[in-house]
Design a protein around this ligand. Structure first.
Ligand code: AHG
Ligand code: MN
Ligand code: MN
Length: 336
């Protein structure tokens, strides 16, 4: 139950501002802007089921408003919010081919952060009323402040992240984020438009009983992954594990972090590098996972140590409770 004894996200941001290493209030303002974007998108996601009544995407609805696809809508809203508030110098989005530079010579506009975002994650679930989300990742730029941002400001390894978070638009809307000092979750009270601290200090259980993978791709997986899946299904000790796969990374991740589990999107004979994007999906989730005592690996390499080479790069992704990921790694090294 959430009531007024719970801290609001706004209060939490202010109280924790002084603990940031490079505090200037800029990061707080940035998280505030993402909070606002989350509320706007949450409102729209909740209306998605009314689309047949109000008009389908691409059409003009009864009020003469143009209906957009939710992923386009979410992309525009987050970009607009960040631009309007003038708190970042650049944005890279899964929905945009190139990064966006928000630099100007204006002295007021000397921002040092870039944001990378997956505005709508799990988009195939929109039409069927299943939880979707947003993922964001924040870095300090590496090129000089006041100059236009460059590709290298975005192609940083995940370990350089200053903050990362996600929003799940689920049975309720929850925003989870870290600034490198643990992970906290805030649930939206839609009536008041306020996020309340509902999940302080989120941590993965060390062990879990859930494995999440698209098993439709099983025959295409490498032998190590196949053997691990069989291990999950074997009857021994606390096994078999339960299989749960929503198909929205944010939702699968959120459940596994709370209950204990492992998420896998391996490479396969049809997807050479898996499917998930390093910069918009894997790095932010890896940062949150590690801050919550979990592990995130590409197989051999820690996700956050991968040196990115391109904006939309894909990598295999394994993430979850420590003991489960450690066990998976034992299987992987046998073959690769
Ligand atoms: P997006 O909607 O941003 O393109 O991401 C979808 C991703 C991720 O959320 C999910 O876990 C995965 O794709 C599901 O892929 P499969 O349908 O191949 O299992
Ligand atoms: Mn996604
Ligand atoms: Mn997306």
């Amino acid at each position: 139950m959430i009531d007024k004894r719970h801290k609001t996200l706004g209060e939490f941001i202010i109280e924790n501002q002084s603990s940031f290493q490079y505090t200037s209030g800029e990061l707080s303002k940035l998280i505030n802007a993402l909070r606002l974007g989350a509320k706007v998108v949450s409102h729209e996601v909740n209306k998605a089921g009314l689309i047949d009544i109000l008009g389908a995407a691409g059409e003009t609805n009864i009020q003469g408003e143009h209906q957009q696809k939710l992923d386009v809508f979410a992309n525009e809203k987050f970009i607009q919010t960040l631009k309007n508030r003038e708190i970042v110098c650049g944005i890279a989005s899964e929905e945009e081919e190139d990064f966006i530079s928000i630099n100007s010579n204006d002295e007021q506009h000397q921002n040092k952060y870039v944001v990378l975002i997956d505005p709508l994650d799990g988009s195939s679930n929109i039409d069927v009323n299943v939880s979707v989300g947003t993922i964001f990742s924040i870095y300090r730029r590496v090129t000089p402040i006041g100059t236009p941002v460059q590709l290298e400001d975005f192609l940083q390894p995940g370990r350089n992240q200053v903050a990362a978070g996600y929003i799940v638009y689920g049975t309720s809307t929850i925003l989870v984020y870290t600034t490198g000092d643990g992970v906290n979750g805030f649930t939206l009270n839609p009536a008041l438009g306020t996020f309340y601290l509902s999940h302080p200090n989120l941590e993965y259980p060390e062990d879990g009983k859930i494995y999440s993978v698209n098993e439709g791709n099983y025959v295409h997986f490498l032998q190590g992954v196949k053997d691990y899946i069989k291990y999950c299904q074997e009857e021994e000790g606390n096994r078999p594990y339960t299989s749960r796969y929503i198909g929205s990374l944010v939702s699968d991740f959120h459940r596994n972090m709370i209950k204990g589990g492992i998420y896998m999107y391996p490479k396969s004979s049809i997807n050479e590098n898996g499917k998930l994007r390093l910069l918009y999906e894997c790095n932010p989730m890896a940062f949150i996972a590690e801050q919550a005592n979990g592990v995130a690996t590409g197989g051999r390499t820690r996700i956050m140590d991968i040196e990115p080479t391109e904006l939309h790069q894909r990598v295999p992704f394994f993430c979850g409770s420590k003991n489960m990921v450690d066990k998976l790694k034992e299987f992987l090294v046998k073959y690769h």
